[in-house]
Design a protein around this ligand. Structure first.
Ligand code: NAG
Ligand code: NAG
Ligand code: NAG
Ligand code: NAG
Length: 423
């Protein structure tokens, strides 16, 4: 008798275990349909997705109780062919869709825009074409939209009015043309706006940056934007990085730029700005006269109010203290705060608010760094990291590039072959 009860209990347990891992039948059908016709890595995916325990399938995440699929995350799986729109549209409760770094072709299917619960949508680094649909306006819960490095074209639709939850918007390296949609000005939660490397034209002032007071990073470089720098940017008091290089901006470098106290990276090079560099900015970089005309790049803004700046060109050096500046240095050891290393290799940098540009194999500890380059090891918090083969740990980092290893929490990561752990 006891044996019977035990067996029954065991059966119930088995049933529950199986149930916990299987998803809603609609979602099962949708996932099978999604994998069904994919080329490239699709065959591997179909092999991996066998049985009905779809909540346990690779790249699939479900909500706890109801077995509804809320997450589909298959970046870099070599998937190719048109985006299986009808199937994806069947994942009615989907909140996160990460299909970056695959080889999807064709346009974004309209059915995707019926997934109104979507919070994160990334198709970065695919081969998608066509225009961006005006149906985008239906995805009102989006916090992240990344369509960068595709072949989208045409105008950006002026449909951003209601996307007020968006925090990260990246559509760089596409063929978008025409003028900036004024509704971008409504993105009151936005922290990152990257439209770099498109063919956008018309006045940059079509966007009222006052509506995006939390912006930490604006990158409109490599477009055909015209007009003068809009004073509304002065209202973005959290701004850390402003890149407007390679456009057709005119007028002077406004003095209000000095009031952006968090700014650590400013690139206004290759525009048609004229006149003197505002006092303070000149101090910052020791700009030469030639730098004042057509090509201008300023880095690490807080330096301009600081004293004690040393510029070293020899190598190797051991530098301690604050507000140091290393140019083309190799093998330097730098500690302290507010240091700038340009084109330096194999440096060890500790402290806070440091900037390393185009350097290789640097080791950085501390907080609030801006890093680009390759093979860097970065730890602690609040970094902006671009480039390749970086190892980043800590929290609140924004990482773009390839082959990064990121641990810690609250990261935003773009690029390929990342290993991300943490919350
Ligand atoms: C959108 O987000 C709000 C607030 O988090 C939530 O109440 C609502 O259910 C979400 N909408 C959808 C369609 O999931
Ligand atoms: C600019 O975008 C094109 C098209 O996506 C891409 O091929 C190219 O590598 C990008 N250039 C840069 C500098 O990012
Ligand atoms: C920009 O938006 C702010 C409010 O966010 C408003 O006060 C200001 O008048 C607008 N500027 C322009 C030029 O429309
Ligand atoms: C300057 O910017 C324009 C785009 O406005 C670009 O075509 C050109 O290649 C850039 N020149 C340099 C030297 O980067």
């Amino acid at each position: 008798m006891a044996k019977c009860q035990l067996l029954l209990l065991f059966l119930v347990f088995l049933l529950l275990a199986a149930h916990a891992k299987s998803c809603h039948p609609d979602d099962l059908r949708a996932l099978q349909g999604f994998a069904g016709n994919l080329g490239g890595g699709g065959a591997l995916l179909r092999a991996a997705w066998s049985g009905a325990s779809c909540c346990g399938w690779e790249g699939v995440g479900c909500d706890g109780g109801r077995g509804r699929v809320t997450v589909l995350r298959l970046p870099g799986y070599g998937l190719s062919g048109p985006v299986p729109g009808a199937s994806l549209g069947g994942l009615a409760q989907l909140e996160e869709l990460f299909l970056g770094s695959n080889s999807f072709t064709g346009s974004l299917p309209t059915s995707l825009f019926s997934l109104v619960g979507l919070q994160k949508l990334s198709f970065e680094s695919n081969q998608l074409t066509g225009q961006l649909s005006t149906h985008l306006q239906e995805l009102k819960n989006l916090t992240l939209l990344d369509l960068s490095v595709n072949r989208f074209s045409g105008r950006l639709p002026d449909v951003f009015h209601d996307l007020t939850s968006l925090i990260h918007l990246s559509m760089h390296s596409n063929g978008f043309s025409g003028s900036l949609p004024p509704s971008l000005s409504s993105l009151l939660s936005l922290r990152e706006l990257n439209l770099q490397n498109n063919s956008l034209s018309g006045p940059i002032a079509r966007v009222n940056f006052s509506g995006m007071p939390l912006l930490a990073s604006i990158d409109f470089a490599a477009n055909y934007l015209s007009g003068s720098l809009p004073i509304s940017i002065a209202d973005c008091t959290e701004l850390k990085s402003l890149s407007l290089a390679n456009n057709q901006l005119v007028g002077t470098i406004p003095s209000w730029i000095r009031e952006l106290v968090h700014l650590r990276y400013l690139d206004l090079s290759n525009n048609s700005l004229i006149g003197d560099v505002p006092k303070g900015l000149t101090l910052l970089k020791g700009l030469t006269t030639a730098d004042r005309s057509q090509r201008m790049a300023f880095i690490n803004m807080p330096l301009y109010v600081k004293r004690n700046r040393r510029t070293l060109q020899q190598q190797p050096n051991v530098i301690t203290g604050t507000n140091n500046y290393v140019r083309s240095g190799d093998g330097n050891t730098v500690s302290g705060n507010d240091n700038t290393v340009i084109s330096g290799n194999d440096n060890t940098v500790s402290g806070s608010d440091n900037t390393v540009r185009s350097g290789n194999k640097n080791v950085l500890t501390g907080s609030n760094h801006v890093v680009s380059g390759t093979n860097n090891v970065v730890s602690d918090n609040d970094h902006v990291v671009n480039g390749n083969n970086n190892v980043v740990s800590g929290g609140n980092n924004m990482v773009t590039g390839n082959n990064n290893v990121v641990s810690g929490s609250d990261h935003v990561v773009y690029g390929n072959n990342k290993v991300v752990s943490g919350g």
